[in-house]
Design a protein around this ligand. Structure first.
Ligand code: HEC
Length: 145
């Protein structure tokens, strides 16, 4: 599936970590400390990276990047805490996907609005599950007056 191609390999921002300035390199004897990323976490990292590119292209008014395909798969992707995948999750995911789609066709001002709404939906979903990345998700917002 194409989506997996752009997935970032390893993250220092899992659900429970707030920030990761100066990550400590584990001593050899402490290994393995590899963070075992779930299917969903891997896709989320990809979405995060995509949104950074998307934000920059909206800001500069440049051509939009190619949108990732197959994000509907998040509805059934394996997650670290499957009990968090409830009906509210599916609802918010559908909203996010629709908002993301609406970024494609609008004027620059409308793009910014649609983009920021989509980021708001990321945060909303994260407020009740996986709160660690919220600060870095909020930084994806495009500031408006
Ligand atoms: C519908 C709910 C929902 C939406 C919308 C959502 N997320 Fe997530 N996100 C999750 C869940 C649940 C996890 C935990 C996944 C796991 O650990 O299996 C997660 C995990 C993450 C992680 C951490 C991955 C890791 O390394 O552990 C990042 C970063 C992230 N999301 C960014 C985003 C961004 C950016 C957006 C919007 C562009 C977004 N998310 C939208 C539910 C959501």
């Amino acid at each position: 599936m194409r989506i997996f191609v752009f997935i970032a390999i390893l993250s220092l921002f899992s659900c429970n970590q707030q920030t990761s300035t100066n990550p400590v390199i584990p001593a050899e004897k402490d290994k393995p400390i590899m963070y075992n990323m779930s299917e969903m976490a891997g896709m989320m990292e990809g979405i995060y990276g995509f949104n950074k590119v998307l934000r920059d292209s909206i800001l500069t008014g440049g051509e939009l990047p190619v949108f990732p395909e197959g994000l509907e798969y998040l509805h059934k992707a394996q997650a670290t805490s499957p009990r968090e995948i409830d009906s509210n999750f599916h609802e918010l995911l559908d909203r996010y996907l629709a908002e993301m789609e609406s970024i494609k066709t609008l004027t620059r001002e409308e793009k910014i609005e649609a983009y920021n709404s989509s980021i708001k939906t990321c945060v909303e979903c994260h407020q009740t599950r996986c709160q660690g990345p919220i600060p870095k998700i909020k930084r994806l917002r495009i500031p408006t007056e």
